[in-house]
Design a protein around this ligand. Structure first.
Ligand code: NAG
Ligand code: NAG
Length: 409
């Protein structure tokens, strides 16, 4: 039963990312049917690099292949600045689901696309990405299935759970090719990669300890996965996360400040760790995160009669009681960031949109018509926070007040 749920989830998660993938293609200007994300000139493809030196350290993808990244080198004033982005793409929560995953691009570097298009926060275009366009821009591919935190090996299924080793070996590799002399660095990520950016933020920072003069900060986009009660009164995401933590041996790599007082699964939820992260962090999230509405708040298993089906795919179809549940979810997100928000070093952009992931698309990052809160867009907000030009603690009023959203539904 549990495994069946896991399989359905893998299907849904990959279906969801296939959807995102086509949206990304539209963002890159290669498809014409995409509509809202469509824009002019495509960026140049950025080639993949395998980190073969990581294999000796046991830092390998689920299937034992080397981890990989894409990098577009910095130039001009950005030569000594690095943004390291962790790719997202769901998780696998049991050996059975991880076996499926290892036969995909999310579990094997043999199956990854050899090129990637960098947009949004990774764009090399001055106009589209004025604060980071000339930095060294890196995307670390996701192939462990536990947001870069696992440690273990299943010999009978030949499954490598080596997320933490992949993270460390990738950072060590980047340090060796120039990042060691960086004056400014940013660890970023979206979705499961956004969760990784939160969970790994202080680890990332530790690699620069003793190098005075390096500014280290972290950006999590759509990584604020809440420990929410679903519409049937269960905790769907908590049981799913419990499976990930147990399958991958995650506990040992979670922040000790959390695991010292709470169970490991709780410490995989950002709300229980963001208050004690020492490195400055920016949380970018839609208050009505569509992945969470679909998979955590109102998953199909919790909605056997399909009462939420229309509402989940079209917010105009939600009735008053469903809207109350959605507003309650936003309320939980807002209260989850209260303590975090008190630190001057941290930044926030919680907009009242129905979407999931806003930093990697040109249409939502810094374009004409991109989402704003009080007239300030996402790219500008992140830049203001990173460079200390202004404090950014933006939380928009509840739906439907925001007219600048790029909603998924
Ligand atoms: C990864 O790097 C961090 C920071 O240096 C370190 O604390 C941690 O022990 C390392 N973990 C592994 C599995 O190498
Ligand atoms: C969304 O729901 C509203 C209200 O039920 C309906 O009028 C509208 O046609 C729906 N839109 C789509 C795209 O299905």
């Amino acid at each position: 039963m549990e495994e069946t749920i896991g399989m359905i989830k893998l299907f849904l998660v990959s279906g969801f990312f296939i959807l995102l993938g086509s949206t990304q293609a539209a963002a890159d200007g290669y498809t014409t049917g995409g509509g809202r994300r469509l824009a002019a000139a495509p960026s140049l493809p950025v080639p993949i690099t395998l980190i073969t030196s990581a294999v000796d350290k046991g830092a390998v993808c689920l299937d034992g292949t080397p981890p990989a990244y894409h990098m577009d080198p910095g130039f001009g004033a950005g030569k000594n600045k690095w943004i390291v982005n962790l790719e997202g793409g769901g998780w696998c929560d049991s050996v059975r689901v991880c076996r499926y995953r290892k036969a995909s691009r999310l579990g094997s570097s043999n199956l990854m696309d050899k090129q990637m298009y960098f947009e949004g926060v990774l764009s090399s275009n001055l106009v589209k990405n004025p604060d980071f366009y000339n930095w060294n821009r890196v995307m670390i591919r996701y192939c462990d299935g536990a947001s870069f935190t696992g440690e273990g090996y299943d010999a009978s299924n030949r499954l490598y759970f080596r997320g933490q080793r992949i993270f460390n070996a990738s950072i060590e590799h980047l340090l060796s090719i120039g990042m060691a002399s960086a004056d400014q660095v940013l660890l970023a990520g979206g979705s499961a990669g956004g969760l990784a950016a939160i969970l790994q933020c202080d680890h990332f920072s530790a690699f620069f300890a003793g190098r005075r003069g390096t500014t280290v900060k972290c950006l999590a986009d759509a990584g604020l996965f809440l420990d929410a009660v679903d519409i049937s009164g269960g905790r769907t995401l908590r049981s799913y996360y419990g499976g990930i933590v147990a399958t991958h041996g995650v506990a040992q790599n979670l922040p000790k400040s959390c695991t010292g007082r709470l169970d490991a699964t709780s410490c995989f939820f950002p709300q229980n760790i963001i208050g004690s992260i020492k490195t400055p962090m920016f949380l970018l999230n839609a208050a009505y995160d569509t992945w969470q509405i679909h998979e955590s708040l109102a998953p199909d298993a919790a909605d056997p009669r399909g009462a939420w089906r229309a509402c989940k795919s079209n917010r105009s179809a939600c009735d008053a009681s469903q809207m109350t549940v959605l507003q309650g979810f936003r309320g939980q997100m807002v209260s989850a960031v209260q303590g975090f928000s008190r630190s001057k070093a941290n930044g926030l952009f919680i907009n009242s949109c129905f979407t999931h992931g806003q930093s990697k698309y040109r249409a939502t990052w810094n374009a004409k018509g991109s989402p704003t809160i009080q007239n300030k867009g996402i790219g500008k907000s992140v830049g203001d926070w990173y460079f200390g030009r202004a404090e950014v603690k933006a939380i928009d009023c509840p739906y439907p007040c925001d007219k600048t959203c790029h909603n998924d539904i």
